[in-house]
Design a binder for this molecule. Structure first.
Ligand code: ATP
Length: 338
């Protein structure tokens, strides 16, 4: 049964749920509906990626959860605490990593991270700050002014600031926007490390590769509506398609009419054809094998295709298959909506 965006319609006593967003809507002054009845449950210890095109409502949703933006209707529970009536308790459990450092260019790393902890009314805890800085490979730079740090180090300072008050949930807004590939991988390793230490991670991203690489579950938001929330592997096996490319010995001018029952497309040079089919359910990225009925269907449809090609005298020189990526799935999901 697919897990849909309506799964969190009532307050839950499920201790595995750390964040509950319930019928949340936001209409900005002027009437723009940025969030429309969003329901979402985040599980303790997961990495959740919120994907959506520009203007979809991602930042607004994070803003409402963190108490920076007022909701028009609905409510948010952070580890059981209402983020309006119990703001302090709710906010204390959240760390927010924005995209950029705004000021503090001349502050030192240690000072700025310690100061962030103080903002949450927490007593100084140098051991904790040291742990955080060490875990983010910033310990050697603790006495450096921010202005002297590289872009990647500044990003890590933002994470350190967000972790300074020991939050249970960390929001990362576009963690690798504008960073190079190496740094992005570095960032992913840091985020995984945090999750391994029990922090629940919610990230927004435009990089579908990032969601594909990191997330346990994925939410897709568009036009303020949460279109789906799904386990990543389930999403990919449910919505994923495969393409079998067959390379031909002799070029074809057109596909024979007798092959019209197959989802085939001929390349412009006539030397190869693509056959699209639903992929079998997956587990840990691998096909489950021929004992699944869907796998069996797939095999028989390919066998039928090969037999039909042979009957038409079409010889194959080579073949390969490609699994659709999360990006293909995301684009088709976003396109499908009016
Ligand atoms: P991006 O990926 O571009 O950052 P987003 O998914 O984070 O986009 P939001 O920043 O939440 O999207 O914006 C959602 C919509 O709400 C946009 O159309 C935006 O113009 C509008 N919006 C955001 N803030 C305000 C505001 N303060 N007043 C009016 N409209 C706003």
């Amino acid at each position: 049964m697919p897990e849909t965006a309506s799964c969190a319609s009532q307050a839950t006593s499920d201790s595995r749920v750390i964040l509950q967003v319930d019928h949340l809507s936001k209409q900005y002054k002027g009437g723009f509906q940025a969030l429309d009845e969003v329901n979402l449950e985040i599980r303790r210890g997961e990495i959740f990626a919120l994907l959506g095109p520009n203007g979809a409502g991602k930042t607004t949703l994070i803003g409402v959860i963190c108490g920076l933006v007022n909701a028009t209707t609905g409510h948010v529970l952070v580890d059981g605490h209402d983020n309006v009536s119990e703001f302090r308790q709710a906010r204390q459990r959240i760390g927010l990593v924005p995209q950029e450092l705004t000021s503090e260019a001349f502050s030192k790393v240690w000072d700025t991270v310690s100061f962030s902890r103080g903002l949450f009314g927490k007593p100084p805890n140098p051991e904790h700050i040291e742990r955080v800085l060490r875990s983010l490979s910033l310990w050697e730079k603790r006495n450096n002014r921010l202005i002297t740090l590289s872009g990647g180090m500044k990003r890590r300072v933002l994470i350190a600031k967000a972790l300074s008050h020991e939050p249970d949930i960390l929001f990362l807004d576009e963690p690798s926007a504008g960073v190079d590939v190496e740094l992005r991988r570095d960032m992913w390793a840091v985020v995984r490390g945090l999750r391994d230490r029990g922090v629940t991670i919610i990230l927004t991203t435009h990089y579908i590769e990032e969601a594909e690489e990191m997330a346990d579950r994925i939410g897709v938001i568009r036009g303020g509506k949460l279109m789906l929330v799904e386990d990543k592997h389930t999403l990919m096996s449910k919505l994923g398609t495969k393409v079998l490319t067959l390379r031909l010995v002799t070029p074809l001018k057109a596909l024979p009419a007798s092959l019209s029952g197959f989802d085939l497309s001929l390349s412009t040079d006539g030397l190869s054809m693509d056959y699209g089919y639903r992929s079998a359910p997956q587990q840990d990225g691998e096909d489950t094998g021929s004992n699944s009925s869907q796998g069996g269907d797939t095999q028989s449809s390919i066998a039928n295709l090969l037999a039909a090609l042979a009957a038409n005298g079409i010889e194959i020189s080579d073949m390969d298959t490609r699994q659709s990526s999360l990006e293909d799935i995301f684009i088709s999901l976003v396109k499908e909506q009016p």
